[in-house]
Design a protein around this ligand. Structure first.
Ligand code: SF4
Length: 466
């Protein structure tokens, strides 16, 4: 078990390294997905994954439920605000068809070790609808008895009996967003969520023996200050969730038009924002949480903390994961699959998604097939982002390269991190000490072969790294 260590944050370092960069939930990153990778490419990759060398990988399933009752102005998810239940029924009809379509590509011996329902708001569905979709999943996939089955819930709208019905159905983990307890912030972002609603969901989840409760907070929202955020942290620590994520709000109104409603002049400036991050990391680690990495914290006994200590942590589109060797098949509009050799994203419009499924084809819109070089760099970046160490010998054995020679052109770029005490270089390994864990994105960027080209072309707009 990984013990919690109190992290002391040097805010000057955060400021120095606060630049735009990828979050590395995938490599190559999403801006490199193209329409050249289509439904036919995805079908070929799915077939190939059943014939992969050695054992077939376990399966993780992600399901996207885009519907929400009302708009949170900070939202960056692929969601649809609606009150039309017919629309929801139609979507579920096509989702079930997609379940049948994708399941047919997966060898029946392959175990599903993880299922996640995300959104939008998966609890927009009625308990009956949830059960019916879940039964369909069970019927078409081989669920492992100890599979991790999680769902994102909305404490503002969930019915009293819904958590119990989900537990009965098979869900064993819940996750929900709080963002901030401050009523002024809540009003501004159009998400009023009371202390009682949060307390009810936490209490019920515990009573129903859910294995894990995850809470998401957000910083960078209007009216937040270091002082006001302390109250939010104190309240959340008192709830004692198993996992916590503290996300940096990404203000991208040119991509998410509704974010323009938020008053920019009321948002905390860079220094205040980084002050909130420093406070969150120091308060949470001082309260016994383990800093897993980028935005994520967990109790010492949580699987994520255990995987961090054992250096078996992995990163994917849902954040950190302990199921390093599974392939992710993602269903529903906009969802992203991650196979050993490819990424594939479904169509982002519900209508187009439904039309494609009606044609009997995967709903792939864009994707990318990984080259050998991509796989090598993905591995190195994953090791830096998740396990804070790169063992050169392991990389050499896996990819048949000479590490120092292969990366000779970029290794000198690591020296600035060494000079700042954020990295140590050894003959056999690269190691990220605690002080460097807050800038792992910057360190990983050194190994990203696409980034220089991206920056020259001013192509994707990445969020800031810390
Ligand atoms: S409930 Fe979640 S997905 Fe829906 S609008 Fe709010 S933040 Fe976005």
């Amino acid at each position: 078990m990984k013990k919690s260590t109190v992290l002391h944050v040097d805010q000057r370092m955060l400021e120095k390294y606060n630049q735009p960069g990828p979050r590395y939930t995938s490599y190559p990153t999403a801006p490199h997905f193209t329409a050249d990778f289509d439904a036919n490419s995805f079908m070929r990759e799915m077939e190939a994954s059943n014939r992969a060398d050695g054992e077939m990988a376990d399966v993780s399933l992600y399901f996207h439920f885009p519907f929400c009752h009302s708009l949170c102005y900070f939202c960056a998810c692929n969601m649809v605000i609606t009150h039309n239940m017919d629309r929801v029924e139609r979507y579920l009809y096509y989702l079930k068809k997609e379940i049948e379509l994708i399941a047919a590509y997966i060898h029946p011996d392959r175990r599903v070790v993880q299922v996640h329902w995300g959104g939008g708001t998966p609890t927009y569905l009625t308990p009956g609808q949830s059960r019916s979709v879940f039964e369909h999943i069970r019927k078409h996939f081989h669920l492992a008895p100890d599979a991790e089955i999680s769902i994102e819930i909305d404490p503002r709208t969930i019915r009293e009996d819904h958590l119990a019905i989900l537990r009965e159905t098979g869900f064993n983990r819940v996750s929900f967003g709080v963002q901030d307890f401050n009523p002024k912030v809540q009003k501004e972002v159009n998400r009023i969520q009371t202390y009682e609603q949060n307390a009810f969901v936490i209490g019920e989840s515990r009573r129903l023996n859910y294995d894990s409760v995850n809470v998401d907070l957000m910083y960078g929202l209007p009216h937040q200050t270091v002082e006001s955020y302390k109250d939010t942290l104190d309240q959340i620590i008192a709830f004692s969730p198993d996992r916590l994520a503290v996300f940096n709000y990404a203000h991208v109104p040119w991509m998410k038009k509704h974010q323009a409603i938020l008053p920019e002049e009321a948002m905390p400036g860079t220094s205040e924002r980084l002050g909130i991050l420093k406070l969150a990391i120091e308060e949470l680690t001082a309260s016994g949480y383990v800093y897993i990495g980028m935005d994520h914290f967990a109790r010492p006994e949580d699987e994520l903390s255990v995987a961090l200590a054992g250096r078996t942590l992995h990163r994917n589109f849902q954040g950190y994961s302990t199921r390093a060797d599974s392939e992710i098949y993602a269903l529903g509009m906009s969802s992203i699959s991650q196979l050993k050799n490819a990424y594939a994203q479904n169509l982002k419009s519900v209508k187009e998604y439904e039309r494609r499924i009606e044609e009997g084809l995967p709903a792939t819109q864009i994707g990318v097939r990984l080259t050998g070089e991509d796989q090598l760099r993905r591995y190195v970046i994953n090791e830096i982002m998740c396990n804070n160490r790169v063992m050169k010998g392991e990389v050499e054995n896996r990819f048949s390269i000479d590490f120092d020679r292969h990366f000779a052109a970029v290794l000198p770029e690591l020296n600035r991190f060494v000079d700042d005490g954020l990295l140590t270089l050894h003959g056999d390994r690269i190691e990220v000490p605690d002080a460097g864990r807050l800038v792992v994105r910057n360190i990983a960027m050194v190994f990203d072969a696409y980034l220089k080209e991206d920056m020259q072309n001013a192509r994707p707009t990445y969020s800031r790294t810390v």
